[in-house]
Design a protein around this ligand. Structure first.
Ligand SMILES: Nc1ncnc2c1ncn2[C@@H]1O[C@H](COP(=O)(O)OP(=O)(O)OP(=O)(O)O)[C@@H](O)[C@H]1O
Ligand SMILES: [Mg+2]
Length: 368
């Protein structure tokens, strides 16, 4: 009997595809198994080019959409093989796709969000129904189409006695506020890991600063921190969302050029402080006093960042592992859940989070 959902996530960090299988029987979430799937370097480069106006083209867009469709299908099949799952056990695969551009509403330009990785190919190769294109219905209703994980966080992590915040630190960071009573809110807070990754890559030749060790040996530069925090995004009121087009290496270099030379390691230390403070500022400024903060996404594995969060937050700070879900897989699980919502005809967005006119069923269905 079909009772499983698969979730596929490849986020703004472009670090790889996260694939999970889960069941939701009697509304009980159960993680069945997980798999990380590499993105080959040439595809990472194509995605990075597509994220930069000027280096993109319709040809590259269409080719990468096709190639990522194949890769998401391979990741699904590898997961199914690893777990011994047949196609007829799968109710649907929820595929977020790879974001190549996110233009939030309210910035004086046409709002849109583009995710690629052709779901037709995933459906054809796996023989499973696929739900994809989760963001655009919310945007059609005036919303940001982001973040979409808060509804899943609310489903899984809310508590009737504690005011909680879930912080997802991927390339971009976002928070979900789960008061013991009252409505859930959530929004992007700004850069999570993406500036840390690109600066580390440039100066250390590594994909990321393992455990934040390099940053931990540096000193935060107050003038740089102030300069970075003057970005207009941080002053915006929610709902708000952002992406690679606002926070990228070139923006960082431009900010650095306005100041006296700073040691690369001190820049890294400042970037960690920026991520921690911009998350904490939002949480500390909420009307609700927060008791507990739980971190998911790759940032939960950055010890130096977690220590900084402890320092600047007036609440306990742990990873979602404390709540029973490994921080690596929360986002992919959210897209399995969003696929379930689509199949069941239930809403996937929270209007108070995205700013959409109303709550609605999200995603298109692609049959095998
Ligand atoms: N051991 C570690 N030490 C430091 N940083 C880590 C570690 N493990 C993962 N990370 C960071 O986490 C990032 C990946 O996080 P994740 O997969 O949650 O982000 P994402 O794919 O961009 O998702 P999102 O859609 O939320 O932006 C890596 O690029 C790296 O910066
Ligand atoms: Mg990732």
């Amino acid at each position: 009997m079909a009772n499983l959902y698969i979730g596929l996530m490849s986020g703004t960090s472009i670090d790889g595809i996260d694939a999970i299988a889960a069941s939701f029987e009697q509304s009980q979430f159960k993680l069945i198994g997980t798999l990380s799937y590499d993105i080959p370097d040439h595809l990472k480069q194509s995605i990075q080019n597509l994220c930069q106006p000027g280096l993109d083209s319709v040809q590259l867009y269409a080719e990468t959409d096709q190639q990522l469709g194949e890769l998401f299908a391979e990741a699904s099949l590898a997961l199914m093989d690893k777990l011994g799952i047949d196609a007829d056990q799968v109710l649907a695969i929820g595929s977020h796709g790879q974001t190549v551009r996110h233009a939030a509403p309210g910035e004086g330009r046409i709002a849109f969000s583009q995710q690629i990785g052709d779901p037709n190919i995933i459906a054809a190769r796996t023989d499973c129904p696929v739900v994809a294109d989760f963001r655009r219905k919310d945007m059609a209703l005036g919303g940001h189409g982001a973040p979409l994980v808060p509804a899943f966080h609310r489903e899984l992590f809310s508590d009737t006695t504690k005011n909680r915040v879930i912080v997802n630190i991927g390339g971009i960071a976002n928070i979900t506020v789960l008061p013991a009573t009252g409505p859930c809110i959530g929004f992007d807070t700004g850069p999570g890991n993406l500036l840390l990754d690109s600066w580390c890559k440039k100066h250390q030749g590594k994909e990321y600063d393992d455990n934040g060790q390099w940053a931990a040996g540096g000193t935060c530069d107050k003038s740089l921190l102030e300069q970075l925090k003057s970005h207009s995004f941080f002053a915006l009121a929610a709902p708000k969302s952002t992406g690679r087009e606002a926070f990228h290496q070139q923006w960082l270099e431009e900010q650095l050029s306005l100041l006296n030379a700073i040691e690369p390691q001190d820049v890294q230390a400042t970037l960690i402080q920026l991520t921690a403070e911009t998350i904490a500022d939002e949480i500390n400024n909420l009307d609700t006093k927060i008791d507990e903060v739980f971190v998911c996404g790759g940032g939960a594995f950055n010890g130096a960042l977690m220590a900084k969060l402890h320092g600047v937050l007036d609440a306990s700070v742990d990873s979602t592992a404390t709540l029973g879900l490994d921080p690596n897989w929360v986002e992919a699980c959210a897209f399995a859940w969003l696929a379930k919502q689509r199949i069941e005809g239930s809403a996937g967005n929270i209007a108070g989070v995205t700013g959409a006119e109303r709550e609605t069923v999200l995603g298109g269905l692609y049959l095998p």
